[in-house]
Design a protein around this ligand. Structure first.
Ligand SMILES: NC(=O)C1=CN([C@@H]2O[C@H](COP(=O)(O)OP(=O)(O)OC[C@H]3O[C@@H](n4cnc5c(N)ncnc54)[C@H](OP(=O)(O)O)[C@@H]3O)[C@@H](O)[C@H]2O)C=CC1
Ligand SMILES: CC(=O)[C@@H](O)[C@H](O)COP(=O)(O)O
Ligand SMILES: [Mn+2]
Length: 405
C-alpha cells in the first residue's frame, strides 16, 4: 500500500495506545504533532523523539510526553541531552545511525518531519520497517520519489501526506474513483513578495523573506514559500504521492491560504479542501486516520473572511517555480539536483552570501552544470547525486552571488 485512497469501512480497533515516534520533534511540524498528542495522552505512547542538536527542547518534549528514547543527530549535542534527561529514565542516543535506529524502532505511526535531504535515510528506514508514515518532509520525495514510493509499495507501508496541499488532495481523492481524477491544483499563498516589483524582490532581506503572510513554519520552507520554489517542490511531491502526470498538475495563487488544493473529476466536479492555515488540521487527519479526531484549531468562518481570491503565478517574478516545473517535466534525476542546489542556495541566502534572486540563479546554474541522468534507484545513488550537486552548487556560488548583486 502507499497513499491509501480508499478509507477502510471500519475504524482500526484501538484498545492499546498508538505508539508514535516523531522525527524532527523540535521543529514546527514536530511541535504541532506533540501539541495534538499532549491533548490526549491516554491515546498515545511516545516511543522515540529525534532532533538535530536542540537538546534542551528535545529533552523537554521527551519529558513532557513520557518518551522512551530521545536522539540527537549531532554527536556534539549528546552531553547536553544526557544532562537535560538526567533522572528521567529516558534513554538518550546520538549520531546519524542512532537516528535511523530510532526511525526503525517498533511504532504504529511515525511522523517524518526532519527538514531537507537529511530526512531521507531515516524516513526511508521507517517506511522500510513497515511503519505507517506521516510524511511532512517533501524533500524526500523530490530527491528520491521513485524509489521512496516503490519501497512503500514493496513493503506494504502506508504513506499519509502531511503537507497541507497534499493532505487536501488526499482528502479530495477519497471521494474517488482514482481513475476519474482529471486534474489537481495546488494553491500557493504567493508568499511575502506576492505583490512586490522585481526590483524590490531583488533587494529582499532574509528578515523580509521569513515573514510568511499566513503560516508559521521553519526557516527553510518559509524561504521556499517566498521564492515559490516550495510550490515547485510540491508539484514533484504530488506527482509521486498520487501518481499524476506533470500535465495533470497546476498551481493557483490564493493569498488567503484557506483552500489548500482542488481535485477535479471527469464529470466536471471540483472538490476543494478548506481550513484555517494551521498544520494541526492535516497532522490530525494523519494521526487519526481513518478516524476523524477532535481538533483544537479555530473553526473556519467564511463570512468573516468574506472573499477568497485566486490568480495565476507570475513565473517571471518567481522563476524558481518555472525552474522546478522544468525539472518536473525533464524527470529522471533533475529533481534530485534541483533540491540539493536549492538547499545550498537557501542556506547561503540566510547567511547573506547570496541575494534573493540568486536562489533561483544558483539552482538554474547547478542544473546546467550537472548531467542528471536517470532517477536514483537506491538510497546510495540518491545521496551520491545529492552530494555531488551540493559540491557543484557551492562551487558556482561565488560567481552567481557576484552576478546577482
Ligand atoms: N512547517 C510547516 O508548516 C510545514 C513543513 N513541511 C515540511 O516539513 C519538514 C519540516 O519542516 P519544519 O518543521 O518547518 O522545519 P523546522 O526547521 O521547524 O524543524 C526541522 C526539524 O528537523 C530537525 N533536524 C534538522 N536536521 C536534522 C538532522 N540532520 N537529523 C535529525 N533531525 C534534524 C530539527 O532539529 P533541531 O531543532 O535540533 O535543529 C527540527 O526538529 C520540511 O521538509 C518542510 O518542508 C511541510 C508542510 C508544512
Ligand atoms: C503549510 C504548508 O503546507 C506549506 O508548505 C505551505 O504550502 C507554505 O505556503 P505557500 O503556499 O506560501 O508555499
Ligand atoms: Mn505545503
Amino acid at each position: 500500500m502507499t497513499v491509501p485512497l480508499q478509507a477502510p469501512q471500519q475504524a482500526i480497533p484501538s484498545s492499546e495506545p498508538l505508539r508514535i515516534s516523531v522525527l524532527g520533534a523540535t521543529g514546527s511540524i514536530g511541535t504541532s504533532t506533540l501539541d495534538l498528542v499532549s491533548r490526549a495522552p491516554e491515546r498515545y505512547r511516545v516511543e522515540a523523539l529525534v532532533a538535530q542538536r536542540d537538546a534542551t527542547k528535545l529533552a523537554a518534549a521527551a519529558r513532557a510526553n513520557g518518551a522512551r528514547l530521545a536522539v540527537v543527530a549531532d554527536p556534539a549535542a549528546y552531553r547536553d541531552l544526557t544532562a537535560a534527561l538526567s533522572g528521567s529514565g529516558i534513554e538518550a542516543a546520538a549520531g546519524p545511525e542512532a537516528v535511523v535506529e530510532a526511525a526503525q524502532r517498533p511504532a504504529d505511526w511515525v511522523m517524518a518531519a526532519i527538514v531537507g535531504t537529511a530526512g531521507l535515510a531515516p524516513s526511508l528506514a521507517a517506511l522500510s520497517a513497515g511503519r505507517r508514515l506521516a510524511l511532512a518532509n517533501k524533500e524526500c520525495l523530490v530527491t528520491a520519489g521513485e524509489l521512496f514510493m516503490r519501497r512503500a509499495a514493496e513493503v506494504g507501508a502506508t504513506v499519509l501526506p502531511v503537507d497541507s496541499e497534499h493532505n487536501a488532495v488526499f482528502q479530495g481523492m477519497l471521494s474517488g474513483p482514482r481513475a476519474a481524477v482529471e486534474r489537481v491544483t495546488l494553491t500557493a499563498s504567493g508568499g511575502p513578495f506576492r505583490t512586490w516589483t522585481r526590483a524590490a524582490i531583488a533587494a529582499a532581506t532574509p528578515e523580509q523573506a521569513l515573514k510568511h503572510p499566513n503560516w508559521s513554519m521553519g526557516a527553510k520552507v518559509t524561504i521556499d514559500s517566498a521564492s515559490l520554489m516550495n510550490k515547485g517542490l510540491e508539484l514533484i511531491e504530488a506527482m509521486h504521492l498520487f501518481q499524476l502526470d506533470a500535465a495533470q498538475l497546476d498551481v493557483l495563487v490564493h493569498p488567503q491560504s484557506i483552500v489548500h488544493a482542488l481535485v477535479q473529476y471527469s464529470d466536471g466536479a471540483v472538490l476543494a479542501q478548506m481550513s484555517v492555515p494551521d498544520m494541526r488540521v492535516p497532522i490530525a487527519h494523519c494521526l487519526g486516520w481513518p478516524v476523524r479526531l477532535n481538533g483544537p484549531v479555530t473553526r473556519l468562518d467564511l463570512a468573516t473572511i468574506a472573499s477568497l481570491t485566486f490568480e495565476r503565478p507570475d513565473l517571471d517574478r518567481f522563476p524558481a517555480l518555472r525552474i522546478a516545473m522544468e525539472a518536473l517535466a525533464a524527470g529522471g534525476a533533475a529533481p534530485t539536483v534541483l533540491n540539493a542546489a536549492n538547499e545550498i542556495a537557501v542556506a547561503a541566502f540566510l547567511q547573506r552570501r547570496l541575494t534573493f534572486p540568486g536562489i533561483a540563479g544558483l539552482v538554474a546554474a547547478t542544473l546546467e552544470s550537472v548531467s542528471p541522468g536517470a532517477a536514483p534507484q537506491t538510497l546510495a545513488e540518491a545521496l551520491a547525486l545529492d552530494a555531488e550537486s551540493r559540491v557543484v552548487a557551492e562551487g558556482l556560488l561565488p560567481e552567481i552571488a557576484a552576478k546577482a548583486s
